[in-house]
Design a protein around this ligand. Structure first.
Ligand SMILES: [Zn+2]
Length: 438
């Protein structure tokens, strides 16, 4: 407990630092994780040597690009013993497994001390957006155990988890009973609840802060929450490997990277091809020693926002994360586009609760919509189809289907599914789940 408070104070203190001091801390931490990885982790030692590098070649963040990028596939192939530090007692480590739909979950190992940092990074982000000791925090979505601590018994920082695996009826009942002042949610799970409710959320809960996480928090849901609740809505971006990578501040001008604990790179596609219009996220953990991550490629699309946030923080901004690299609509010309672009069309449709885009082939797209005010007329379907066609800008068959996601048992689902054969086994090995934190 004392260690956690100290760790939290340390993180909060760092968040007030000026850029120069922040940079010094980053470089100190980088040298330390690099030295550990080279000395104690066979995979990284080989990687350094194969690139003709030693640990002293990576002295600052600017030196990092000398090191080749590592993918999840590389780490899986190397095997657990080669990607964890020789000194680490894996039996006493905390294991976090990211769920994948390929049947190849990927586990991250952390020492107890690293796990404390992981949680305190969440806590620091919560405090920065106004979390108070008297708040009631409800986490809607994950299946997490929630141990009771002394402060919970004292009525401080009360929290509960409502897993997506419960029936919608039970989720709604528990939301009503708990009356959260802060609602932390997986977007697809909250959408399913809203679809089930058939009335504005404000009729059952009145949180003052909303935090979307684990999946893309799109503008359609944000706008709807704005209409239904008098609450401030924030995006929190993270992954099971790293914890919280970036948080949105009160200025709502982007997400601040946790630059004191990670080096984040948004890399342009090396091909420069129009088929890959977005940059992808490459992350180096500055606090991971038991299982280091140096220049690890997340399959997320991102963009740096070079503006300085009006809140005054020296922590750099990224724009909202757009989804995973391989979650792109592929068009007949070879061009790709993010399915989130279809929001432009869906945004104008207040009756749409949930949607899913299924790409059957490069020429065929099915857009599944769950509406809250059935029945809808043929003209609605025709106009939506036309709008999506014009957004795609290429000859693609678009079929609109009305569905009821809330009743099909898949309460937590991907909003984009591609059935296009991926080009090679490497692509198939990539985890396609948007869920990264369970
Ligand atoms: Zn800010």
């Amino acid at each position: 407990m004392v260690g956690s408070v100290w760790e939290l104070a340390r993180i909060l203190r760092t968040r007030r630092l000026a850029s120069e001091e922040l940079e010094r801390i980053r470089n100190d931490r980088l040298r330390s994780v690099v030295r550990n990885a080279f000395d104690h982790v066979p995979y990284y030692r080989s990687l350094f040597l194969s690139a003709g590098l030693g640990p002293d070649d990576i002295r600052t963040v600017e030196d990092l690009p000398k090191l080749p990028i590592t993918t999840k596939r590389d780490l899986r192939a190397a095997g657990l013993n080669n990607i964890t530090a020789r000194w680490a007692d894996l039996g006493s480590c905390v294991t976090i497994t990211g769920n994948g739909t390929t049947g190849e979950p990927f586990a991250t190992y952390r020492t107890r001390s690293e796990q404390r940092t992981y949680f305190m990074l969440f806590m620091a982000s919560l405090l920065s957006i106004g979390f108070r000791p008297t708040d009631r925090l409800c986490i809607l979505g994950p299946v997490w155990p929630m141990p009771r601590r002394i402060h919970h018994r004292l009525g401080l920082f009360r929290r509960t988890v409502i897993p997506f695996s419960l029936s919608l009826e039970d989720q709604v009942r528990r939301l009503k009973e708990f009356q959260p002042t802060i609602l932390w949610f997986y977007p697809s799970v909250l959408r399913a609840v809203m679809h089930y409710l058939k009335k504005p959320l404000r009729e059952i809960i009145r949180p003052r802060i909303l935090i979307g996480t684990a999946e893309v928090l799109d503008d359609v849901l944000r706008d709807r929450l704005n209409d239904e609740l008098d609450a401030d809505c924030f995006d929190l971006y993270g992954s099971s490997e790293f914890g919280p990578l970036a948080w949105e501040c009160h200025a709502h001008e982007g997400l601040h990277l946790c630059a004191d604990h990670f080096v984040f790179e948004c890399l342009d596609s090396s091909s420069g091809s129009e088929a890959e219009p977005d940059a992808h996220a490459v992350v180096t953990s500055l606090y991971g020693y038991a299982m280091p991550f140096l220049r690890y490629r997340l399959e997320d699309l991102c963009d740096f926002d070079l503006r300085r946030c009006s809140c005054g923080s020296a922590f750099p901004l990224i724009g909202p994360v757009k989804g995973r690299e391989n979650d792109l609509i592929k068009l007949p010309s070879g061009r790709c586009m993010s399915p989130l672009a279809l929001q432009t069309a869906l945004k104008r449709l207040p009756m749409v609760d949930q949607w899913r885009v299924v790409q059957e082939s490069t020429g065929d797209l099915i857009v599944e919509l769950a509406v809250n005010t059935p029945p809808v007329g043929q003209s609605f379907l025709d106009e939506t189809e036309q709008e999506i066609r014009s957004l795609l800008g290429e000859p693609v068959n678009v079929e609109i289907r009305l569905v009821d996601f809330a009743r099909d048992g898949k309460l937590k689902f991907k909003t984009f599914v591609s059935k296009i054969e991926l080009p090679d086994s490497e692509a198939r090995a990539v985890e396609r789940s948007q869920d990264r934190w369970e």
